[in-house]
Design a protein around this ligand. Structure first.
Ligand code: FES
Length: 68
C-alpha cells in the first residue's frame, strides 16, 4: 500500500525504517522521505508506525553502566 504518494513510499518501507531504528514519525519520515512535501500522509505514516510498534517484539532496553 502506498503511504506517501509524493515520495512513492509504501507501508513496507515505513515498517522497515522502524525495524532499522526509526522510532518516531519524524524519524521514519526522514528515513523514508515520506511527509517531506505536501504532508498529507503524516497521519497514515503515524498509523502504520503505531500498528507496527504494537506488533513488534519489545526491544531490550540498554542501560548505560549496567553490569552485564
Ligand atoms: S503524500 Fe506524503 S508528502 Fe505528500
Amino acid at each position: 500500500m502506498i503511504v506517501c504518494h509524493c515520495a512513492a513510499v509504501n507501508d513496507e518501507a515505513v515498517r522497515r525504517a522502524y525495524d532499522e531504528g526509526a522510532r518516531t514519525v519524524s524519524q521514519v519520515c526522514r528515513s523514508t522521505g515520506a511527509g517531506q512535501d505536501c504532508g498529507s500522509c503524516i497521519f497514515t505514516v503515524k498509523r502504520v508506525v503505531c500498528q507496527h510498534e504494537a506488533l513488534a517484539p519489545a526491544s531490550p532496553v540498554e542501560v548505560e553502566g549496567a553490569a552485564s
